[in-house]
Design a binder for this molecule. Structure first.
Ligand code: CA2
Length: 142
């Protein structure tokens, strides 16, 4: 039983910059805790700053029946990338869109997502806990 967590541009800076918005934990620290909480799930993780790498990963995992789903924070590409929206629409494995911050309480350009209409669910503004909630949701589909 596998789940992919996919993080997009600049999320490698978590815990290092802007802690007032994104918190002070690094994603790697959080991932350790998450993996310990779900020992029976193989949680794969990829962060990339490159749109094409993210799309290639969606295609690679998106037709693999071993995956329950993909937990995806596309970062700023959420608000700009038709191509990532198309990739999610084109794969079979469900994608849960996650945002650490409440994008609706921020600048108006963050209010629109090219992913949301193609996502199985959306979690916004719950901090890093959003990733855990997305894993819980995907486990209910097992
Ligand atoms: O709230 C989220 O999870 C976002 O996806 C984060 C993106 C932002 O563009 C989206 O609108 C909402 C930004 C990721 C950058 O993360 C940083 C973390 C620490 C320091 C600087 C950037």
């Amino acid at each position: 039983m596998k789940i992919l967590i996919l993080n997009g541009p600049n999320l490698n800076l978590l815990g290092k910059r802007e802690p007032h918005i994104y918190g002070s934990a690094t994603f790697e620290d959080y991932l350790d805790i998450l993996r310990k909480n779900y020992p029976s799930v193989s949680i794969e993780y990829l962060q990339s700053n490159h749109e094409g790498v993210l799309i290639d990963k969606l295609h690679e995992v998106g037709f693999d029946n071993d995956y329950l789903g993909i937990v995806f924070n596309a970062g700023g590409l959420t608000h700009t990338s038709v191509a990532i929206g198309d990739a999610i629409a084109g794969i079979q494995v469900p994608v849960v869109e996650v945002h650490i911050s409440n994008v609706h309480a921020r600048e108006s350009f963050r209010h629109h997502s090219y992913l949301s209409a193609k996502a199985a669910g959306i979690i916004v503004g719950m901090g890093l806990m959003g990733y855990k909630l997305a894993v819980e949701f995907l486990l209910t589909k097992h």
